[in-house]
Design a protein around this ligand. Structure first.
Ligand code: M6R
Length: 607
């Protein structure tokens, strides 16, 4: 949510900032801006709209200088506009600030500053920081920022630049991700690694309450009191190609097609001799035996992975599991104690709602296991145990390979617990592992049927409403399919437990309404088929998705897609793929920006 880049070094900064912001545009894309220390002093250019609008403005009038900060915005306070775009400056335009997060006490601070005579230009919370730092400035920008952050409450990743001290860049982190890239005679700040990966692989990942002062020649880390912080850099072991489109038209399509690899990468190092090995989970057998309940907490797509996780863990271990939306979890007064294992799931590892839920769970004494795709993320650092999904960077706002890798993580974890508890026999464990090892090749076979999905997407692209139905695990998967379609096609859809339609929603099924029906759960196939027949009888146009060999499906629907057979527990890892493709092709057919859907951002670091 908002992307920050900063540079100090020997090169011209404008290009580094703009190219860095391009890599961060997934974090927010309603406006962008840069501030550069030029031979005319600190200069700012910012513009509403995509980064390309700012780039156009800079083409005729570049900002030249070797220290600068940049920002791409996802609006929280104040609508997208030129004036609300970052960087924000103090009244004299000599201190410039970029910010990711939310300042919760900004109204109170704003009133104080207005009373002192400060004039505000924007509706943002961030502008408060610029004036506050200015108010506290006595010739030392580091000291002023340190004093300012003591006054602000909330979440912030900050980059600050002062015209009077053009040899340094200040960065602070509190609940909003920020990394420092360490180069030779140049250093960087960024919200995420891809922004600086072209220049360096050595990064510091700031912790909450840490500050970095960057000069051309070095980086000093301190806490907010100015006490030294000592830490080794982290070496990034993936390259830019992984974070680029690689011949695909969109990141989302590339990421859908990367799923077989993501499955293998997440699974293979954790399987050995027909058993699951999870050295990163430091739980003793006694601890696992004492778990009385599991809470899975996550948002959006990760929550949908958690719904599958609930079934997986319950079936394999018979431990009761509840899955909660993170933004609700804290407020429902959940029953948590030391026998409760809380599993948080987050691709980015920076989702504010998930982090807040996780902290509450820890405060109440639960052990927290994180499933995340980002090493060194806040979720990864705060959890007791971490299973990293090895899906590689996910750039498209619509999550695909992260979701399926999270499913793989749940299968591994469920089997690992079951091995320890003896709740399933060794034969079942090894048969499940065998079936998991076939999934990558089976996903490829689903991807080979993209033409069926393209055809159906043409029928769907102009409708206003559609329905997804399924039972059991299929119901959890259609919830993900429906979210995917909504977020990138902007078509309203609902996911229903197929048996629930007759209790109300069937009234909405009329001639030609599209229904996507998933029927991959063997034990529920007949029942779901009856529900399909019911919607057909009311005029629905149905795409049925079933297991190979379930020929009955083709007889009952308008279009059919068969997925390769696997164990019922594993089908979500296959059946979600056509739903991802459907959302992609419908979005494409409607001319939407697939990778950057309106109003959204990839990493949601505000509550
Ligand atoms: O990074 P996280 O997994 O914590 O993100 C959670 C949700 O914001 C995310 O899954 C969101 O729902 C996706 N845009 C859905 O495609």
């Amino acid at each position: 949510m908002c992307g920050i880049v900063g540079y100090i070094g020997h090169r011209d900064s404008q290009n580094i900032l703009i190219e860095g912001l391009k890599k961060l545009e997934y974090r927010g894309y309603d406006s962008a801006g840069i501030a550069v220390y030029t031979d005319k002093g600190l200069q700012v250019k910012k513009a509403k709209g995509r980064l390309a609008v700012l780039e156009d403005q800079l083409t005729g009038a570049p900002l030249s200088g070797s220290i600068g900060i940049g920002h791409t915005r996802w609006a929280t306070h104040g609508k997208p506009s030129d004036v609300n775009s970052h960087p924000h400056t103090n009244v004299q335009k000599k201190i410039s600030v970029v910010h990711n997060g939310i300042i919760e006490n900004y109204i109170q601070l704003k009133e104080e500053l207005i009373a002192k005579g400060y004039v505000f230009e924007s509706e943002t919370d961030t502008e408060v920081i610029a004036h506050l730092v200015s108010d506290l400035y006595e010739g030392d920008i580091v000291a002023a920022v340190r004093k300012a952050v003591k006054r602000i409450h909330g979440a912030y990743g900050l980059g600050v630049l002062a015209e009077n001290e053009p040899d340094k860049l200040v960065a602070v982190r509190m609940h909003s991700p920020l990394i420092i890239g360490v180069g030779e005679n140049e250093n960087f700040i960024a919200s995420d690694i891809p922004a600086i990966l072209e220049y360096t692989r050595e990064v510091y990942i700031l912790n909450d309450g840490e500050m970095a002062v960057l000069t051309k020649d070095g980086v000093t880390l301190t806490d907010l009191e100015g006490g030294p912080v000592s830490r080794d850099t982290y070496r990034v072991d993936w390259d830019m190609q992984t974070a680029e489109k690689g011949g695909f038209d969109h990141f989302m399509l590339k990421e859908i097609y990367e799923q077989p690899k993501a499955y293998r990468d997440t699974m293979n190092p954790r399987i050995d001799g027909g058993r699951v090995v999870l050295p990163e989970v430091g739980m003793t057998a006694d601890y696992i035996r004492d778990i009385r309940r599991v809470h899975i907490v996550a948002c959006g797509t990760a929550y949908h992975a958690g719904l599958v996780g609930k079934t997986v863990i319950e079936r394999l271990t018979r431990i009761p599991v509840e899955t909660d939306v993170a933004s609700e979890y804290r407020y429902r007064d959940p029953i948590i104690n030391k026998d409760t294992l809380v599993i948080v799931v987050s691709q980015s590892g920076e989702t504010a709602d998930t982090l807040a839920a996780m902290r509450e769970a820890k405060r109440q004494g639960a052990r927290v296991l994180a499933i995340t795709n980002v090493v060194g993320s806040s979720v990864a650092r705060d959890a007791d145990d971490v299973i990293v999904t090895l899906a590689g960077p996910e750039i498209a706002v619509a999550s695909t390979k992260a979701y399926t890798s999270q499913l793989i993580a749940f299968y591994l974890l469920g089997l690992y617990f079951a091995q320890t508890l003896g709740t399933v026999d060794a034969g079942t464990v090894s048969a499940t592992i065998d079936a998991m090892e076939k999934l990558p090749e089976q996903v490829e076979r689903v991807l080979d049927q993209a033409d069926v999905i393209k055809r159906v997407s043409e029928q769907i692209k102009d409708v206003d409403n559609l329905f997804y139905i399924g039972r059991g695990l299929d119901y959890t998967v259609v919830q993900e399919g429906s979210l995917k379609l909504k977020e990138i096609s902007y078509i309203h859809s609902e996911a229903y437990a197929a048996g629930e339609l007759k209790h109300g929603t069937l009234a909405l099924i009329t001639e030609g309404v599209p229904v996507i029906a998933l029927a991959t759960q063997e034990a529920l196939f007949e029942k779901t088929l009856s529900n399909i027949v019911e919607v057909k009888a009311r005029g629905a146009r149905v795409l049925g998705i079933a297991n190979e060999g379930d020929a009955e499906m083709a007889k009952s629907v308008d279009d059919v897609l068969y997925i390769p057979r696997t164990l019922p527990l594993l089908t979500p890892a296959l059946s979600v793929v056509p739903l991802q493709l459907l959302a992609y092709y419908v979005s494409l057919a409607r001319g939407n920006d697939v990778d950057k859907p309106r109003n959204l951002a990839k990493s949601v670091t505000v509550e």
